[in-house]
Design a protein around this ligand. Structure first.
Ligand SMILES: [Fe+2]
Length: 246
């Protein structure tokens, strides 16, 4: 089993796959790379979208894909939720969790990582009971507040994800080294959008083994398996009530 936790494979729903043909192509590449399950994480920007429109767009996109006859990899529904002030107290936060589990992919602002953002992550974790995952954590290496953010992540054991493609972009070499050295990488995912940003899961896993160690690669794979269990485990419970079983 190999899970991709971050992708934009749903057709015509965000800046990812443009149409059903593009979606199918990306899913075929994923299958060739050994990915068995993929979480579709379309962008939700609260500043420019409404929850109703987003849900409607996602559900018709998913239906289109389901009707296309593609059965593999298995698609799980999630979202890449862009941070907004007051997110931790939002009553709609549960709409955006992965497969209605406790896990939520929460995208920081590229301009600045603020103290407020970190406080809200902690509130979500400690008071609301959700488990935030920070996507492509390496991509913020030039963002204001990055150093403090990494310290915060380490101290509070926040889950993180790095993009597979970043292993093949030299500008991230130093940051990736630092992240792995400090134990700050929980997951690797494709964050695939199109043929220009294709899935690179298999080569990224090989690269982790080559640059760091087999232990590191195996740790990432185990984390992905554990997350799969967490987000798919349902036993006579629904939505956030699942939390008490996890
Ligand atoms: Fe993304």
């Amino acid at each position: 089993m190999l899970l991709d936790i971050h992708s934009h494979i749903l057709p015509a729903v965000d800046d990812g796959a443009k149409n059903i043909e593009a979606s199918i192509k990306l899913l075929e590449i994923m299958q060739q790379q050994g990915i068995t399950d993929v979480i579709a994480t379309p962008h939700f920007y609260p500043q420019s979208d409404t929850i109703e429109e987003f849900k409607e767009r996602v559900s018709s996109s998913l239906e289109l894909l389901n009707n296309s006859g593609v059965v593999f990899p298995n698609i799980i529904l999630g979202c890449e939720l862009f941070y907004f002030n007051g997110i931790s107290k939002s009553e709609f936060i549960y709409e955006f969790t992965i497969n209605k589990s406790r896990y939520i992919l929460l995208e920081p602002d590229f301009y600045s990582i603020t103290k407020g953002f970190m406080e809200e992550i902690l509130y979500l974790k400690n008071e609301v009971g959700l488990i935030p995952i920070i996507p492509h954590i390496e991509r913020y290496h030039k963002t204001r507040g990055y150093r403090a953010f990494l310290k915060f992540i380490k101290n509070n054991k926040i889950l993180t994800q790095v993009n597979a493609a970043s292993f093949f972009d030299k500008s991230y070499n130093r940051t990736l080294k630092k992240l792995f050295k400090n134990g700050l990488v929980t997951f690797v995912a494709t964050d695939t959008h199109s043929k220009n940003r294709p899935p690179m899961m298999d080569s990224a896993l090989l690269e982790i083994e080559k640059r760091f160690s087999k232990i590191e690669k195996d740790r990432i794979l185990l984390n992905l398996q554990a997350l799969y269990t967490e987000i798919t485990f349902k036993e006579d419970c629904d939505e956030i009530k699942c939390a008490e079983y996890l």
